[in-house]
Write a protein of this length. Structure first.
Lengths: 316, 316
């Protein structure tokens, strides 16, 4: 049921990551005294070798991506991270250096994002490396930003630049040049927008993981309204612009952005801009929510709707 | 990155399991307002097809076992369950009936143990079915029972009967007869001792999953003391007794019991017995913690220490 060296593996690689309440990873469970008067925000993601990461991806980047995709979900709710629990199912014979690199990546990001390991489970598997991470964050009571709060007339904003992750995957697959390495780095290492205070500013929010247009459709569906964005307003990085207009659709629909997609009432635009400046995060207004059916329209410069092969101009 | 029918799968099978705070599984995260003045207890377990369950195990039992092994960890800390998050990585082509059965098993146990689904993630995998479940419970502030609280002179108690799960595995492997089906059922479906109030009674506790002797060694190690148990005091089921004395060692060291192993100060024996009677759980005193090195001795009826091939009579 266990890896032969499970206890030693935990002691060497994972115990140094353990924080208060983890009981040194020597108990059956972790203890957490929740911050008084705060709501907890919980989310979980699984990552499977060959599906979410490639077998030869550097293990520190695998660990950091696993943590960061979950941090991104917390950021989208306006929550600050507390701690996480993790499972690692590894094939027998996984070298110790893999675990060392994986843990080193986690340690680096724990320090950056002020979060610690609370508990976990390690096991062997006859399949590929399979990881899961459950993260716990906190937010002022009742103030978590949801998907279903957007109202017609609210502006649509995004953080950072859109499409780099999807283009980075194309780079990894050898289909696109990336002289600066910027796109590949964006694919391998999401930048979760933790620390952007959204409570009282955003009416709705999520992080962009399935693609901008599809994820905007999720907010429209949950909120029961439509949305219109202007293609030329969507912020692109220099590297994405350099790829050329043939890649625009990939940017709009590709996913793996881990930027925040927000609904913001028009009279709170200044509050968002101030909060974003304080947090050092770029924010860009790209469109508006509209009354009507939950449909996403992407307009080109002249006003013509863009027809997208995947995930645009349709009901979800 | 997703199963083709991920959204539909979630809607049909998992949304009916979602409780308050799960936001209908339509958001990036779940919300939980922690019970005021309580500590949270968190634990996670992974289960992999071919390692923790067999490919042809009934899916409802797989779901129930996944939930119950985690409930058992909560029970060992004296905590009451609140909710859980889950990941399901399934091979492409996993039949819908598997998910239906899996969810039906979870639904049955959710009702029995008063716990609901808070969130999750589903994905495909080129490997075997791989599951993880993170559970959250609550306990009076500061009252969680730990592994490291046992003191020399405390009695050692267990709930229920020991060894049935390990014998049940032998039945599943065709190595042992099980005319009543009792042992196989105990292997497939743990009975977590949720609801046994341990706060103020147990000085230390854990659930028996690796085997009685090895797990007792974990408490000894964490508490910095030794332990002595009497083999003939260890409670065995009628089915385990019928297997005969040749299987005693399997019972003592085999694991998969999911009974509670407790340290209880001698003057709290009556309190434990009263709490156990109230909860309808059998409890049996099997030995005592001793000062000295963290060593577990199993004594036979005449007083001679039993030498165990696995996990006994040694330092851990």
């Amino acid at each position: 049921m266990e890896l032969p060296a499970e206890f030693s593996l935990i002691a060497r690689h994972f115990r140094p990551l353990a924080g208060p309440g983890a009981l040194d990873l020597r108990d059956d469970a972790a203890l957490l005294t929740p911050p008084p008067g705060r709501d907890l925000v919980l989310t979980v993601d699984a990552m499977v070798g060959g599906v979410h990461f490639l077998p030869d991806d550097p293990p520190d980047l695998v660990g950091r991506k696993l943590l960061r995709v979950n941090l991104s979900d917390l950021a989208a709710k306006g929550a600050a991270p507390i701690g996480y629990l993790m499972t690692v199912a590894a094939p027998k014979g996984t070298p110790d250096s893999w675990f060392a690199g994986f843990a080193a990546g986690l340690a680096q990001d724990q320090a950056q994002y002020d979060v610690t390991l609370l508990g976990g489970d390690t096991t062997s598997t006859p399949g590929p490396l399979s990881l899961s991470l459950t993260i716990i964050g906190h937010v002022a009571a009742g103030a978590a930003v949801r998907r279903n709060g957007a109202r017609a007339g609210d502006d649509i904003w995004v953080t950072g630049t859109i499409g780099d992750g999807a283009l980075g995957l194309q780079v990894a697959l050898g289909r696109l040049a990336d002289p600066s390495g910027f796109l590949l780095d964006r694919y391998r290492l999401p930048q979760p927008r933790v620390g952007l205070p959204l409570a009282g500013i955003a009416s709705a929010g999520m992080d962009v993981s399935d693609g901008l247009v599809q994820d905007l459709g999720h907010i429209c569906n949950a909120s029961g309204i439509g949305a219109e964005i202007r293609a030329e307003a969507v912020p692109l990085s220099d590297a994405a612009r350099a790829a050329g207009p043939a890649w625009l659709e990939t940017c709009l629909t590709g996913g793996d952005d881990y930027e925040l997609l927000l609904g913001v009432p028009q009279d709170r635009a200044d509050a968002l801009l101030a909060a974003a400046a304080q947090a050092g995060v770029a924010v860009t207004r790209i469109g508006r929510f509209l009354s009507g059916s939950p449909e996403v329209v992407v307009r080109q410069a002249g006003g013509t709707p863009l027809t997208l092969a995947k995930g645009g101009w349709s009901h979800f």
